[in-house]
Design a protein around this ligand. Structure first.
Ligand code: ZN
Length: 314
């Protein structure tokens, strides 16, 4: 009987403490976000890890924002989940993989990020358990606050499966006994998708759009060093694209640069309403180039306050 009363009292104390904690968290909605962002990082800086299927996808999708994070001292890692070894119309295999690795290393040097290329064959990526383990370990080793990836609906199977693999790592990065050799993260990071043009089953619906006007030249410089992909046309290129003299080269370099610029112009125009939410109407109207990101439901769900901490540009 006495034991029963004592258990009852202890239960009430625990319940009261739980209610007080819940009330405190409800009073300050940004608290959980602030705690989570601080907790993963030892030096007070953000840790961002971006995944792409091929050595150029991260740079295309988040190269501008990566340069902006890096300029503020935040840590950005760009990961290619395949080595890109069939991504050219004339060459393939090990030498192409090495060439592409050098290209992304040079691009990251320009952007201020760092780079990892996983040695999976291009065009053959599968959402295997082994690859899921690799992604989980990379996210844990990076102690990521924010993880970026393509959506799992995309024209290219490697892009689709990169999206699946990263989604499948969300939450699992916090579970201790999967990949127990690599300590789990205390907090599930925020996972976000890049934008794309695919409409089915649903179109991109970004939660945040970032003006990259201040770093557009840096982004275009970084993309320019990936000559195998852009100047030479990558897997669908042809001999006709190859400059035969200095004049043709100048023309082709400008053509590639303009193409990349207009891609980011299109993102700004397509998601002008999202830009307005973050910059206000007047400033948003002036944004020329943008990158945009959509929250994945399987990571931590940030409120606007936490998104502002993860994207400290507003
Ligand atoms: Zn790709």
């Amino acid at each position: 009987m006495i034991k029963g009363i004592s258990d009852f009292s202890a239960g009430r104390v625990v319940a009261t403490i739980a209610l007080l904690i819940a009330a405190f968290l409800a009073l300050d909605a940004s608290y959980t976000g602030a705690l989570a962002v601080q907790a993963q990082s030892g030096d007070g800086k953000l840790r961002i890890i971006a995944f792409g299927a091929h050595p150029d996808d991260c740079e295309l999708q988040v190269g501008g924002t990566a340069a902006m994070w890096a300029a503020k001292g935040h840590h950005v890692r760009l990961v290619s989940v395949t080595n890109g070894d069939i991504g050219h119309w004339r060459e393939a295999g090990g030498p192409l993989a090495l060439r592409r690795k050098k290209e992304v290393e040079e691009a990251s040097r320009i952007l201020g990020s760092s780079v990892t290329v996983i040695d999976n064959h291009d065009g053959e990526l599968m959402p295997t358990l082994e690859n899921r383990y690799k992604i989980i370990r990379l996210i844990r080793q990076w102690k990521a606050d924010l993880v970026l990836s393509p959506r799992p609906n995309d024209y290219h199977p490697d892009h689709r499966y990169t999206g699946i693999l990263v989604q499948d790592a969300a939450y699992m990065v916090t579970v201790p006994f999967i990949c127990p050799d690599e300590p789990p993260l205390k907090n599930n990071p925020v996972f976000m998708y890049y934008t794309d043009r695919f409409m089915k089953p649903n179109p991109s619906a970004p939660d945040i759009a970032v003006s990259i006007d201040s770093v557009i030249d840096k982004k275009l410089d970084a993309l320019a060093v990936m000559e195998s992909q852009f100047l030479e046309g990558g897997a669908n290129g042809h001999d006709g694209l190859m400059p035969k003299n200095a004049q043709e080269r100048t023309r082709r370099v400008k053509e590639v640069r303009d193409g990349h610029g207009s891609r980011n112009l299109n993102v700004a125009n397509r998601f002008r309403d999202v830009l307005k939410e973050w910059y206000g109407n007047d400033a948003a109207a002036k944004v020329r180039y943008a990158e945009a990101f959509e929250i994945c439901e399987y990571g931590r769900r940030p409120d606007k306050q936490e998104l502002k901490k993860l994207f400290p540009f507003f």
